[in-house]
Write a protein that binds this ligand. Structure first.
Ligand code: ATP
Ligand code: MG
Length: 292
């Protein structure tokens, strides 16, 4: 376990040490979430670094990253805990076989439970740890699940009726992400520190490339960053995120390209754009308009 940075500047530096380039607003949001023990609610387009925040926080704090990937139909049992029926059956058979199985006393006890991400996070937090709980893409889950989450994030405690109530001593570090395919309820958002992660501006994209793809030389990095800015302003069906910038840098390295030219860009557009309509649109606008 390492110490939580005490100032916004210290947070920003600690993030860079994990190769994550945050602007000041995001650093402030993270700082407040850590200090106030509130969940951090991150919204933004695809590939702008939402999920990565939780990953870097876990390594920054040297704590476990517990990830709950949301999907349609996700129910509380899958997120919280489930009884291990197979083990329970085995225990019952052992008891019925009449041998001396003193260790099997109660099949409705903790040892017969399988902790899923939410319980795992609360159990660690009940021991005074601060694991990072990532609730990823909450907009994909149903509203009933959201309602349960609201309750959990209010008191950070879980009651398992047959067993016990587990309560966090300190709140875990919670990061909730959403791609905003639907709105998350105000009641849940109210409990969180909210931050919209925007596409990076030119300077931040350059800094990200420096951190994540140091082998790319300054000039190519500048060309890539300006191309990205142009693409994001083109009203595409699916504008590229930071993930695509890094992929593009990687693809150009594999092809031995050190400077953007129309052919290299045309050949690698599929790394950056994922819809044929977008590819056609960029070609129609003129490939060499992307950088200059
Ligand atoms: N500010 C940043 N600093 C360093 N790397 C970044 C930054 N933002 C994004 N990345 C990199 O971009 C990639 C995509 O980030 P991530 O998966 O967190 O995006 P996301 O917002 O969760 O996307 P999605 O909505 O598709 O899940 C990762 O490889 C991440 O390391
Ligand atoms: Mg993500």
């Amino acid at each position: 376990m390492s110490v939580i940075p005490e100032t916004v500047d210290a947070v920003q530096e600690a993030l860079v040490a994990q190769r994550y380039v945050a602007d000041r607003h995001l650093a402030v949001a993270i700082h407040l979430a850590l200090q106030m023990g509130r969940p951090l609610f991150l919204e933004g387009e695809a590939g702008v670094g939402k999920t990565e925040v939780a990953k870097v926080l876990a390594s920054m704090l040297d704590e476990e990253l517990i990830r709950l990937q949301c999907y349609e139909g996700l129910d509380v049992a899958h997120a919280l805990y489930e009884w291990d029926y197979a083990r329970q059956m085995l225990a019952i058979r052992l008891l019925e076989s009449g041998g001396d199985h003193a260790e099997v006393t109660d099949i409705m006890s903790r040892e017969f439970l399988v902790a899923r991400p939410l319980l795992r996070a609360i159990e660690l937090a009940a021991q005074g740890r601060r694991p990072v709980l990532l609730i990823d893409e909450l907009d994909r889950a149903d509203e009933e699940f959201e309602a349960y989450l609201l309750e959990l994030l209010s008191d950070f405690q879980v009651t398992i009726p047959e067993v016990e109530t587990v309560k966090a001593v300190v709140p875990p570090v919670v990061v909730i992400t959403s791609n905003r395919t639907r709105e998350i309820h105000d009641a849940l958002k109210r409990r969180c520190i909210y931050h919209w992660i925007d596409y990076p501006d030119f300077d931040r994209e350059m800094a990200i490339l420096r951190q994540k793809a140091p082998e790319v030389d300054e000039e190519l990095a500048a060309q890539l960053s300006s191309a990205m800015t142009v693409l994001r302003n083109m009203d595409l069906f699916k504008p590229p995120g930071v993930a695509e910038t890094l992929d593009w840098a990687g693809a150009l390295r594999i092809l031995g390209v050190h400077e953007l030219d129309a052919d290299a860009v045309d050949e690698t557009l599929g790394v950056v754009l994922k819809y044929q309509e977008d590819v056609e649109r960029v070609r129609a606008a003129g490939i060499d308009e992307l950088w200059s």
